[in-house]
Design a binder for this molecule. Structure first.
Ligand code: SF4
Length: 327
């Protein structure tokens, strides 16, 4: 295992004690040893035959290519897995390496992004590929600072690449993992830094990949939003919220990594932006058609604002006559 990331598993970060723990609570999480025990239980559950056979066949789980893992993680942000799988395959066929992506016009990358929405992510991925070529000799960095320096790569994505491509012993905290941390470990809402430290401390040595997958699966399939399926949970006897018979508010609400609902799409500027980029994938749009393509033929001010935003971001190029095309 690569380890060597300089991240919290090997750091002397203090694991915060539980807030509001009752002294006679048999399942309280108090020290690093207990966290490691829970980590092993989650890892063992994820590696068991039964759980292994239930695990969805996702193409990025059978690769350790850091570029492929990065692409899958960026695509999966805010997009359903069922839409990501075909796009992921098509994208990697077209851009099998960061160098291939970096050498292509952004317009080609946006075309390969069709169906995923949030086109800004495609732009960031293109910029990240260019940074990898310019600053890292075409190789995805294998350390946290290097990954965080790439455009569009935040704390979650950087750690996901470390764990799922380089098999580093770092914790990966997404929405689902954040829910498990709040309910099982803390029994109360947790902040992002705290959730990260707790998960980092749970990673069994040398098991960063499998533990990370298991934790995400646990949150996605067992410790689900709403009513969790505690009867099938491998850590139910050590879960703080379950030990209280799930009394009181759900600790996951308001916790780190637990997403807030997205704003309404229908009628939003985002919808107009998407319609325009979709049309531009097929070719340039002349000025006289822009308003109708965006979807607001009677609202010139709004169309102008949306187009100006796309042009300023570099996603769209305007000619002197007001016609538009992809870069
Ligand atoms: S016991 Fe229930 S609430 Fe606790 S971690 Fe497991 S599924 Fe979630």
């Amino acid at each position: 295992m690569s380890g060597g990331t300089g991240t919290a598993r090997h750091a002397d970060a203090r694991i915060p004690g539980p807030v509001g723990a009752r002294s006679n609570e048999p399942t309280a999480i108090r020290d690093r040893r207990q966290l490691e025990g829970i980590g092993r239980a989650i890892d063992g559950w994820g590696s068991s035959d039964g759980q292994g056979s239930r695990r969805p066949e996702l193409p990025w789980r059978s690769t350790r290519d850091p570029w492929a893992v990065l692409v899958s993680e960026v695509m999966a942000q805010q997009t359903q897995v069922s839409r990501v799988v075909p796009a992921y395959r098509g994208f990697l066929d077209r851009f099998p390496t960061p160098s291939a992506c970096a050498a292509s016009p952004l317009g080609d990358v946006l075309r390969a992004w069709q169906g995923l929405g949030y086109n800004r992510r495609a732009h960031n991925l293109h910029r990240a590929a260019q940074a990898v070529v310019a600053d890292h000799r075409g190789r995805i960095p294998a350390d946290l600072p290097g990954l965080l320096s790439l455009p569009g790569v935040g704390a979650y994505t950087a750690r996901a690449v470390l764990a799922f491509a380089f098999e580093s012993d770092v914790g990966v905290v997404d929405t689902n993992a954040g829910r498990v941390v709040a309910r099982a470990l803390a029994g109360r809402p947790v902040r992002p830094g705290e959730a990260q430290r707790l998960v980092d401390a749970m990673v069994p040595p040398g098991r960063g990949w499998s533990f990370g997958q298991a934790l995400l699966d646990l949150g996605a399939g067992v410790c689900v939003a709403g009513t969790p399926r505690c009867g099938t949970c491998p850590i139910r006897r050590r879960c703080r919220w379950a030990s209280r018979r799930r009394a009181g508010p759900d600790p996951a609400l308001g916790s780190a990594g637990v997403s807030t609902p997205q704003s309404r799409f229908a009628g939003s500027d985002r919808q107009g932006r998407g319609r325009l980029v979709d049309a531009l994938r097929s070719g340039p749009v002349p000025a006289r058609r822009v308003s109708s393509v965006v979807g607001w033929p009677d609202d010139a001010g709004r169309v102008e604002r949306v187009v100006a935003g796309l042009v300023a971001e570099g996603l769209v190029i305007a000619d002197r006559a007001g016609g538009l095309r992809l870069p």
